[in-house]
Design a protein around this ligand. Structure first.
Ligand SMILES: *Cc1c(COP(=O)(O)O)cnc(C)c1O
Length: 388
């Protein structure tokens, strides 16, 4: 690669870039320029911090999981409490940042796509507060499966458009959102929900989510007087993990561990390919098409992964591991029982791996688990799974 920065080129090693039609290239080139300008703008930074504090409820705690640590033995387990954010997960951090950027860029309308509905709900929430009209594209099949999230978005004043084209799933919703953007780019901002997609989205999402590790690094040093041995986070598209890793990347003593469901091992078993407009590690079928994946955690069910994770894996800086759905389900119950914290099924994957890792480390070391979200949304599903 040349000496140009990631922000200029959009590449992380061989991954990332922007494999999209020319009219869209132009729209995203403008977005990249504006992002570069505002991310260093003091007033913009102040506004972002204001809403994180007053609306999201940051900073959230880094909780020492004393009971879990004592139950397992080994390294101290700390939980970064993204579950305590307004709307119950990390996604709102990125949504607030992108809406502020959209407003600076003069957009009067937000569009987004959503699969399970979590990003759609976070976007609808913040759009209501900022009083900016919002349209969310959602595969028709997903609107039927996630009827309650559709209702939530509508309650928040968002227009939900069911997409019948193709297979009526997330990919088709992305295509519709991109078509809308090309048509309406003069007044419309496309708000992407994870550290994926064509340049500059992975860099934008990382920037706004790095508040997680900015806080946790300060907090762990306050509590332990030194850096953690490892930071553990679940990986779907990769946004909570990249935010949790970001401020530790230049600290070689800190292991960065991304946890995937063994049913959707994109990073651990994927191969380089272009999907959804960028190059990443991905699971392909015999025909070279993205393979359908399944995880008990809807938010981890994505055939690709962010380009920076792809690079962290191939360069060796990141460790990527898998846990099974059963292990995550067990961790869901253990954390609920011993700490009184019901984790999201996504986050339960990270908890499950941390429980294995802690045992192998001495008691004067610590591990940070990014608790990406709360499990209230998953209680019905777990009830059904445990019944059988
Ligand atoms: C959406 C979601 C995830 C997965 O998305 P990433 O972009 O990989 O962070 C993980 N945990 C929770 C609670 C989520 O809502």
């Amino acid at each position: 690669m040349s000496k140009q920065s990631v922000v200029e080129t959009g590449y992380f090693g061989e991954f990332g870039g922007s494999y999209i039609p020319e009219d869209l290239q132009k729209v995203l080139a403008t977005l990249a320029e504006e992002f570069d300008k505002y991310k260093v703008d003091p007033q913009f930074q102040e506004d972002f911090r204001y809403y994180l504090k007053e609306y999201v409820g940051r900073e959230n705690p880094l909780t020492y999981a004393k009971n879990l640590t004592e139950k397992i033995g080994g390294a101290k387990i700390y939980l970064k409490r993204e579950d305590l954010n307004h709307t119950g997960a990390h996604k709102i951090n990125n949504v607030i940042g992108q809406i502020l950027l959209a407003k600076r860029m003069g957009a009067t309308r937000i569009i987004a796509e959503t699969g399970a509905g979590q990003h759609g709900v976070a976007t609808a929430t913040a759009c209501a507060m900022f009083d900016i009209p919002c349209t969310v594209y959602m595969g028709k099949v997903d609107t039927e499966r996630q009827a309650l999230n559709v209702f939530r978005m509508e309650l928040l004043g968002t227009k939900v458009v069911p997409v019948e084209k193709g297979q009526g799933r997330l990919k088709d919703a992305v295509d519709e959102a991109l078509a809308d953007l090309v048509q309406n780019y003069e007044n419309t901002f496309y708000l992407l929900g994870s550290a994926v997609g064509p340049h500059p989205y992975p860099s934008i999402v990382k920037h706004f989510q790095s508040i997680i590790s900015e806080e946790s690094k300060r907090q762990i040093v306050e509590k332990e007087g030194k850096l953690p041995a490892a930071v553990v986070a679940c990986v779907g598209g990769g946004s909570n993990a990249i935010g949790a890793f970001s401020h530790y990347m230049e600290e070689p003593s800190v292991r960065l561990v991304g946890v995937e469901p063994s049913e959707a091992p994109t990073v651990t078993e994927g191969e380089p390919a272009v999907i959804h407009g960028f190059k990443c590690l991905t699971l392909l079928d015999d025909k070279g098409e993205p393979q359908p994946t399944y995880s008990i955690a809807a938010g981890l069910d994505y055939p690709g992964v962010g380009p920076e994770h792809s690079h962290l894996k191939t360069s060796g800086r990141g460790d990527y591991v898998t846990v099974t759905g059963d292990e995550a389900l067990e961790a869901f119950q253990v954390l609920s029982k011993v700490e009184g914290i019901i984790p999201a099924l996504e986050s339960s994957h990270a908890v499950a791996y941390a429980m294995k890792l802690a045992k192998t480390l001495p008691s004067d070391e610590s591990i940070i688990v990014n608790l990406s979200g709360r499990g209230d949304k998953d209680v019905d599903q777990v009830f059904e799974m445990l019944k059988n």
